[in-house]
Design a protein around this ligand. Structure first.
Ligand code: IDP
Ligand code: MG
Length: 135
């Protein structure tokens, strides 16, 4: 049975800065995730804090918010069969050192914080995150 979902992807500052956006989009496309909407922007630290508020108790929260607001990012709505899980698979593990060969974080990630991409972790969070960037 078909299960078309939408998920939010973010190309983080480290990847935007290295102009990796086209290469990353080509990986989505190869995996049958289509880009419904896309925009490039820079967010404030307060907006990053709101976006990442599920991590507010983590020791790396402040660093994470500083980082996501440190430069331009590209946000996208991806759509496709099992898009949430598929995007997480394509991204690879949070720490690029642990990311499987061929995943985006394996190919492009620099470190656990500069790991090139964000992807929603559930259908429910995808809805919240899509609304956050595409009202
Ligand atoms: P995810 O991006 O793979 O879903 P999360 O656990 O949701 O990973 O963490 C959100 C982001 O916070 C990660 O992508 C990474 O940039 C950053 N992060 C996670 N764990 C650490 C850490 O231990 N130190 C520094 N940054 C971290
Ligand atoms: Mg996460």
């Amino acid at each position: 049975m078909s299960n078309v979902e939408q998920t939010l992807s973010i190309i983080k500052p480290d990847a935007c800065e290295r102009n990796l956006s086209d290469k990353i989009k080509a990986i989505f496309s190869k995996n049958n995730l289509s880009i419904l909407k896309s925009k490039k922007l820079q967010i404030s630290k307060d907006e990053a804090a709101e976006f990442y508020k599920i991590h507010q108790s983590k020791p790396f929260y402040d660093q994470l918010c500083n980082y996501l607001s440190s430069g331009p990012i590209e946000v996208m709505i991806l759509e496709g069969e099992n898009a949430v899980t598929k995007n997480r698979d394509i991204m690879g593990a949070t720490d690029p050192k642990n990311a499987k060969d061929g995943t985006i974080r394996n190919l492009f990630g620099i470190s656990i914080d500069k790991n090139s991409v964000h992807g929603s972790d559930s259908v429910e969070n995808a809805k919240i995150e899509i609304k956050f960037f595409f009202k």
